[in-house]
Design a protein around this ligand. Structure first.
Ligand code: PLP
Length: 417
């Protein structure tokens, strides 16, 4: 039933390393072919072989309202038809900035870039420029994008194949990145004791979505906040995954803790490539042209992407019930999956917060991508293919977060395997 996708993939591999974009490796590790999509609407993907798939990936997170969402299409179409020039000021950028600043706690200004990666890279550069220090504390397993700054010690098997180094990445970055463990306050304290006046910032996924929706222990984020305050370092919340998803104001709203710099991606672009980073005036004014820290981009803040993001954020702002609706659907899915896996005696653990959910297949060695390709992720493999046969498209990973979209009906979240 995936013949045409297989042929398209073989053709793609001739011209694109690995076939298509990076998650392909994960599809291959479960013995699956990436499905080629011809169109998508609401909760459904329609593939090249004519199959209709229910989407539990939401394009890895951005499509929180479902695919081809009318207000977003309308906004982008109107903008494209009107014609506009990139790299010149447009009111759309101000409008989305004003709205984002009103939705997220503790930020006065926001700057737009083209991806979550760029947002995190820029946030770190700003923190270094603002503090005049070089070192960054980062947590093993937290993912902050594919820039050199983070690849070197991503600490996630999914990114580095388990190696602490990535070929081609500069050594200097590694020396300035202090890697430690999530939910281990003592080790963070020790890093500050040893490097106090050299640490520019801590960067963290406030909910570690890339490790499988790991929640911060009670007091952990607050502890990081206090350590940063004591030692004059900045706290960076990477909200690329949690922003505009966990709540209107993201993780900061959920946990009642304010970071100094916040990064965004995924939802903020309405499906187009947008990232952003934000902070209070005092910090943001260090960015050029007001301050010395350089940051710019040819397509940053381009009106097409801004209009998609504006339409998305406007919907979320005007209908805060969407977050509750998504959370209820996620809880429903949680119960259904648990029932199913228990029925088949599959060892698992489900982590969830708001509409973020991840299902850990605890007998799979998820950190070791190479061997999972050769067979130690069997229980997940079986589940993945069983779901695919039922027309349900999951992230091909035995631990990473699934992303629900609000177009999913309760029926779409029911399955009988
Ligand atoms: N930060 C987090 C928490 C992410 O989940 C991701 C992507 O998954 C990124 C950064 C990188 O964003 P992008 O893929 O848009 O470059």
């Amino acid at each position: 039933i995936y013949q045409r996708s297989s042929a398209l993939f073989a053709e793609a591999e001739k011209y694109i390393p690995g076939g298509v974009n990076s998650p392909v490796r994960a599809f291959k590790s479960v013995g699956g072919t990436p499905v080629f999509i011809e169109k998508a609407k609401g909760a459904y993907l329609y593939d090249a072989d004519g199959n209709r798939l229910i989407d539990y990936i939401a394009s890895w997170g951005p499509m929180i309202l479902g695919h081809a969402h009318e207000p977003v299409i309308r906004a982008v179409t109107e903008k494209a038809e009107k014609g506009t020039s990139f790299g010149m000021p447009t009111e759309t950028e101000t409008e989305i900035a004003r709205l984002a600043v009103s939705m997220v706690p503790g930020i006065d200004k926001i700057r737009f870039v083209n991806s979550g990666t760029e947002a995190c890279m820029s946030a770190v550069r700003l923190a270094r420029g603002y503090t005049g220090r070089d070192k960054i504390i980062k947590f093993a397993g937290c993912y902050h994008g594919h820039s050199d700054a983070f690849l070197i010690q991503a600490g996630s098997g999914a990114v580095t194949f388990g190696s602490p180094d990535s070929p081609g990445v500069t050594r200097g970055t590694a020396q300035d990145t202090l890697l430690t463990d999530y939910n281990d306050p003592e080790s963070v304290k020790k890093l500050f004791e040893a490097n106090s006046d050299e640490i520019a910032a801590i960067i963290i996924e406030p909910v570690a979505g890339n490790m499988g929706c790991i929640l911060p222990d009670e007091g952990f984020l607050q502890g990081l906040r206090s350590l940063c305050d004591t030692h004059g370092a900045l706290l960076i919340f990477d909200e690329v995954m949690t922003g505009f998803r966990l709540a209107r104001g993201g993780a900061q709203e959920c946990f009642g803790i304010k970071a100094d710099i916040v990064t965004f991606g995924k939802v903020i672009g309405g499906g187009l490539p947008v990232g952003a980073f934000a902070a209070r005036n005092e910090i943001m004014n260090h960015l050029a042209p007001l301050g010395p820290v350089y940051q710019a981009g040819t397509l940053s803040g381009n009106p097409l992407a801004m209009s998609a993001g504006l339409a998305m954020l406007s919907e979320l702002n005007d209908n805060p019930g969407i977050f509750e609706s998504l959370e209820e659907k996620t809880l429903y899915l949680h119960k259904g999956i648990a029932r199913l896996l228990n029925k088949h005696s599959v060892p698992h653990r489900i982590n969830r917060l708001g509409s973020m959910i991840s299902v850990h297949f605890t007998d799979c060695d998820v950190r070791d991508f190479k061997s999972s390709a050769t067979g130690n992720n069997n229980s997940f493999k079986k589940f993945f293919h069983g779901m695919l046969d039922e027309g349900i498209h999951l992230p091909p990973s035995a631990f990473e977060s699934w992303f629900l979209n609000d177009a999913l009906s309760y029926e779409d979240l029911d399955f009988t395997l």
